[in-house]
Design a protein around this ligand. Sequence first.
Ligand code: AMP
Ligand code: GLY
Length: 423
Amino acid sequence: MTGSHLRVLVVGGGGREHALAWACASSPLVEEVICAPGNGGTGAVARNFPVKATDARGLVRLAKEERIGLVVLGPDQAIAAGVGDAVVESGIPCFGPSRAAGQLETSKSFAKELLRDLGIPTAPFQVFRDPGLALEHLSSKRGPVVVKADGLALGKGAFVCSGQEEAKAIVRRLMLDRELGEAGQAVLVEELLLGEEVSCFAICDGTRAVMLPPARDYKRALDRDQGENTGGMGGFTPPSGMDPQVLNLRVKEEIVEPVLLEMARRGMPFRGCLYVGCMVQADVISVLEFNARFGDPEAEVLLPTLSDLVPCLWEAARGDLQSPQPTQLESAAVGVVAVREPYPQAVVPGGGIEGVGQAEALGCRVFHMGTRQGEDGLPEVAGGRVLICVATGGDLLGARRQAYSGISLIHFQGMRYRTDIAL
Ligand code: AMP
Ligand code: GLY
């Protein structure tokens, strides 16, 4: 592919999609990027269209009208809604899996059973569709145990419990009270794994993969990993622990390639970004979970460190991945997420955001997560996680200092962030 002819549609409206839209718009191969629905920040690099990320028909119509050559799926909800299938059926290349291949993320039991079949290390587990049986099973458990909702739960479906009483309470909340709706139709009870957690990313074309740098994210709301689970409060690369290149090579050979082979064999080849949530202990890399998309906030942290990603996305979408892995232009990056209180509880939207320009003048990159365009045309707060301030550099310490200098210049009402990202 040569020349700037490619027109790209990025589906979604969070920080990950702002980062993807920015990365695509920066590519010399790309003529224009559009977002559906986008947010208050994506408007600066793309044109926003008010089509929902789950509206498969509406998105196909938009892609046709706008002569789109590549659709990039951001959120898991789009995958679960079959947007990938509809786009591919319409003849447009799609970076993002079919609904069937997306089960790697949308059904934890599907993913865990596949891992078990392939002999890939993962926490020993059992799946329960009957609350009585789950509770009975937990009665025999001593010590910590992990309970998970089987289905999609916006990162809020996994509970590390200190003992059986706590675990039983979670089973009741998930299966009887249906606190997370359909996601709690089945639950998994897992053994607790110890070690260093790290996220790995493979750009996949159905059979082949190239790896992006690994990263770490922070799920808990408060410093020192206290408080509730969230959609992500920040992240950084490179993660501590195993050498990133060794880690990537092993994840590719031990996990990604066998999974791609098996998915293709089952008639559901995986095209898109396979996110491998790993637990590394000593020499063993276990899979905690898969996601069928880029991580959020990992995408915001990683993309600014990489050379043009579009050749890989384009080739992977067409099932013909030839390009090498993108070059890492900066070896370190840190991203700090600013939320509105009382996130992760529901927040009241509205109110402007100040200081983004000043943070950018320092060399930071600010991606919007939960913002929208206000009546005055300026971005305003629209959701709990509002934005992420990212700094890149040659070393983690410098990137960290810059990211925190940047975010300290930003202000909106009720703003809060963790002070220990990448510490
Ligand atoms: P998941 O949604 O499956 O990624 O789980 C969310 C988080 O819960 C992970 O990022 C881990 O921090 C933690 N977690 C999940 N499963 C386990 C496990 N088996 N052992 C230890 N921690 C876990
Ligand atoms: N950062 C975790 C996720 O994207 O699910």
